[in-house]
Ligand binder design. Sequence first.
Ligand code: 1CP
Length: 336
Amino acid sequence: MSPIQQCIKNKDLKVKPIWIMRQAGRYLPEFRKIREKNSNFIELCLNKKLVPEITLQPLKRFDFDAAIIFSDILMVPYGLNQDVRFEKGYGPKLGELNLDLIEKVEIEYFEKRLSPIYQSIEEVKKNNLVLNKDLIGFIGAPWTVLFYMLNKKSPKKEINFNKFLNDEIMVKKLITILEKFLKIHIKKQVDSGSTIIQIFDSWAGLLNNKQLEELVYEPTKRLVDYTKSLGVPVICFPRGIKDYKIFEKETKPDVLNIDYMVDPNQISRDISCVIQGGLDPKFLLMEKTDMKKEAIKYLKIFEEKPYIFNLGHGVLPETNPEMVDYLVKLVKEYGK
Ligand code: 1CP
């Protein structure tokens, strides 16, 4: 059994596995080299030769316990025929959303549009670098994907969601459609060889309690149950929410990824499922001694808990890969 599965299924406290969010990406010079030659990000995510290569790049350098397929949460709106572009220095830009057209998208059409992703997962799976390791597939949670589809850009640029949330009928319809296609996307990734699914809810922190109930807990719970029914563990990352305890109670994931804003001591007391993550990615920009101190803090707090080491959000593009190397070795040496 892989170290992460040992941690999740056997609650083994001796293994403290590690992988990091955005481990395949811009902090790696070998990724930037590929990216320079491939300016269309969506096309890159559909490139069956390059996606496996990029996915495996971090595993060639570091002894991570999992690979995560190089893709994006916005591939689902793309699969549903909404225009999605990534502009340099701006981030994602989505096109007009036509609910009537989206309601008519057929399953076969969606699966065909995203089929290169599934073929890339199959390809990665064949590689020896993932032997006895996990291959993580992922989706954006319904709320976060809906948010991008309606806001059409990152909330870092502009947020006007109260405007669209007022149209309750439209929001309900879109959530239902998304739930259906996110399930398909989960199933296809699992069928192709993903051994874990992570659900990213990057903008859960924008909502109040009533909105969380309807837009986050309820739809997420159904996706968690669905993933479990496929026999695969599910990790949830409701970034920025105030109360992880309620989230755990309402959605019951196998693993909860925490952000760096929450107090890990409190989490350790409140949460009963497996914990993942927490370390502020900014520590990887500091001196090694500072980072070591902070990483050890997390390892100590979660010493008596099943814990998967990871960050509290994605690794920053300006991170020196040498710091990642140092971190991985530190975690692997801890407690030996
Ligand atoms: O070179 C570039 O400019 C592309 C940068 C990039 C990369 C490397 C984007 C654009 N997406 C990705 C890959 C990606 N995205 C992965 C790959 C696997 C890995 O972790 O190594 C994953 C898991 C994601 C998930 C993702 N995409 C999330 C959820 C996690 C998070 O960071 O909160 C979100 C919100 C997105 C949307 C997205 N994709 C890319 C950008 C710039 C954004 C917008 C972020 C924002 O709104 O600020």
